[in-house]
Every structure is written in C-alpha cells, then in structure tokens.
Design a binder for this molecule. Sequence first.
Ligand code: NDP
Ligand code: 2IT
Length: 448
Amino acid sequence: MSYVDEVFQMVVEKNPAQPEFHQAVKEVLDSLRVVIEANEEEYKRDALLERLVTPERQLLFRVPWVDDKGQVQVNNAYRVQFNSAIGPYKGGIRLHPSVNLGIIKFLGFEQIFKNSLTGLPIGGGKGGSDFDPKGKSDREVMAFCQSFITELHKYIGADTDVPAGDIGTGAREIGYMYGQYKRLTGLYEGVLTGKGLSYGGSLARKEATGYGLLYLTSEMLKCNGMDIAGKTVAISGSGNVAIYACQKAQQLGAKVVTVSDSTGWIYDAEGIDLDLLREVKEVKRARLTEYAAARPSAEYHDKAKEGNNQWIVKVDVALPCATQNELNLEDAKNLVANGVIAVAEGANMPTTADATEYLQEKGVLFAPGKAANAGGVATSALEMSQNSERLSWTFEEVDSKLQTIMVNIFHNLDDAAKKYGMEGNYVAGANIAGFLKVAEAMTAQGIV
Ligand code: NDP
Ligand code: 2IT
C-alpha cells in the first residue's frame, strides 16, 4: 500500500463516524499523490502526512447559558487548532445545530491549505458549537457568546489563535464575543476578526468572501477566454457569502437568478433584487418566503415539498454558498445538461466528491472552496495587520489588496496544476500549492 493510502486508512480508523473529515482528507491526499511519491522516503520518515492530518490541539467544552424563560441550556463547543506551521491558528466559528467534532475537523483541515494559498502568515483552525442562533433573542445570543468565550479565552489571542465568523456567526456574535474577551483579559487586541468598524473591524471584511469568490471566478473565466459579464448565475444560500457574491456578480454585469436558505429557494427571472434580499436577511433575519411575497417576479420553491432541487435552473455559472455537500451528482448532471460553464465554491466543500469528479470530467471549470472562498480569511488577515499597526485602511485599499490576492491564488493553482501535469484541474492545483508551503515550514521547524 502506498504511503498516501496508509495515512488515509489511519485517518478513517482513528476518527470513526466523521465522514466529512474523511472526505476532506481524501480529496487532499488524492491530489498530493504525485508530490508525495516524488519525495516519499523523507515524508514518511518524518511522518509528515500523519502530522498534517492530526490536529495540534483539540478543545472540547460545554457552554451553559440561561434562556429567556430562566431555563439553563447546555451546548457542546469545539476549537480545533489544526496547524500553526505558517502562522497563528486562524478560522471561523460555526454556530449551527449540525455542528460536531467531525464537521469542525473537516473545516479546520481545509483551512490549513486555504490560509496557505492566501500567501499570508496564518495557520489553520476552526471552532463552533451546536448552538442555534436562529429564533433566539439578542439577550440569549449574548448569554451564549459570553459563556462560550469565558472558556475559550484561555486558548486564543492575537498571536496564538484568531477566530472569526462562519455559518451563524456574524457581526452581532463577534461583538458579544469580543466584549467578553476584553472584559476577561483586559486586552484590546485583534483576537477576533469580522469585528464592527467602530472597534477595530476592517472595511470590506463583510463583503470579502463573496467579492473574492467573484474576483477568482472572473479571473478563471478570463484565462479560459470568457467573461463573467452577461452570464446567468445561480447562487445558493442567502447569508454573508451569498449576499456579497450576488452584489459583486451584479456589479460585474452578471445576472443572478437564484438564492436559497435551509427551507426553500427562489427563482427570480428578472434577477435577484439585492436591496430586498438584504432587508429580508440582514435586517429582519426572516425567511425567503418574505422575499417571494414582496417580489412578483420571484417563484418560491419549498424544500420540504420538492427536495433541494435548486440546481435544475439553466445557468452559465453556479456558485454554491450555503453549506457542505449541498450540490450532489444529480445536481451536477442537471447543471451539465443545461450547459453550465463554471462552478466555483463559495461555501466549504459544498460539492460532493462524485459531483466534483463529474463536473471536471465534463470539462466544467471547477474552482474549489479552499481557493475560491479564501477572500474572507485573507481579509481577516488584513484586519489583523491593521489591528497590529493600530491603523485602518480605506475600503478601496482593502478591496484592491483582496483583488490582487484572489488573482494570485488563481494563478498559483493554475501553475501548480500545469507543473504537475494536471492542467485545468484546479482542485489538484489548490491542494498541491497549499500543501507545499505548509510542508516546507513543517520540515524546517523540525519534529513538533
Ligand atoms: P451564514 O450563516 O451567513 O449563511 C448561511 C446560509 O446558508 C444561509 O442562507 C443558510 O440558511 C444556509 N444554510 C446553512 N446551513 C444550511 C444547511 N444545513 N442546509 C441548507 N442551507 C443551509 O453563513 P456564511 O454565508 O458565512 O457561510 C456560508 C458558507 O460559506 C459556509 O460553508 C461557510 O463555511 C463558508 N465560508 C464563509 C466565510 C465567511 O467569511 N463568512 C468564508 C469562507 C467560507 P438558513 O438561514 O435557513 O440557515
Ligand atoms: O471558512 C472560512 O474561511 C471562514 N469562515 C473565514 C475565517 C476567517 O478567519 O475569516
């Protein structure tokens, strides 16, 4: 058995019942075969892959908090500090009922390579809890966030581990967490990113993941002789990533015809009305049924009745921006049958492994999340820089750095794929380019 296969088998045996973690590791290891085989003896002697797939530290803790009825609630929480070879651990905090250790490990593992691809000095980590902010009062969310940080503050810091937002964690949650961290430690430091602009946040961080997704997609199309302008686009999700992907797609002259949430999806033949979407999602925190009710051109599809069939719409570009494994083989077949040109992942691992393979086989341009959605964490690293120098850059400065970073990421993966004989395979390109920098740093730092 090859070294890569041995390590994958070990991951499955040592991490039972964590299918998403296995899936993320398998994709990376499969891509790395050619690189590992070229240097197998040394990597194996140093157990480089075993160290890469094993988190440096995993924190599991309980979060007790009191709800509005006076009842004590208890949630499970996690922080996986996966790899600090190239910088302090960096990655978001997911608050969603589906969160478990395997989900956080898959996200933390992806984050290692994503953060490496940004070219900035940030290691990989991720955290979260099965707490569901949906339907909770602001006071309940604050109670949870304060209790969460009361435990986590011992293990994070501006130079050690810097969490940020992810599903269910937005500006409100980051604000409550930052306040509690400052109260407990007395430190006014860049320990969290995605902060509000009045207390150390960076302009353009809110927009960064969605904007970055479009900058990379547009560069990928350009390098393949096409233009994003005039294209029809399907987006899934209607959260932070989806909303700003929609905004930038529209600014670049594309027409976005779908968005979704966990209960349904919208087809809007006239193009998504972004002001209305933001009012429904960012201000009212309401369901997409409210968008449909206010917009005559919108069709609402209920997932409970029809299943998650949003990828049946005929589009040129598909941007899954909600959650993992939301675009499966059947969806990929529908997209291809309708002539899709490109799929770029705004979410983390939204495309199943068989769907990814199918899309690539059919010649669809496919940009994996660890490259395509890296604009969020890259801008978080820019927020860390601004906090360290106690300055704030303008929107234009941050946005222009973000554009440069995304264009560079695309060329890095494109070049790596070509160099290793897999031209156009951006999944392999991303995994190889992300890995090489981390592996070099790990090797230089000795056995730690
Ligand atoms: P938000 O919480 O702002 O939005 C998430 C969106 O996805 C909502 O519309 C939500 O619908 C939908 N969604 C969430 N979970 C599910 C589910 N299990 N099934 C169906 N729909 C679901 O999160 P973000 O926009 O921040 O994150 C979206 C994705 O992008 C995630 O994969 C995240 O890891 C990734 N990402 C985020 C970055 C960031 O900077 N925020 C950076 C890079 C990647 P509903 O409201 O009904 O739950
Ligand atoms: O998946 C991700 O890259 C994020 N949720 C953003 C992480 C960050 O530290 O900004």
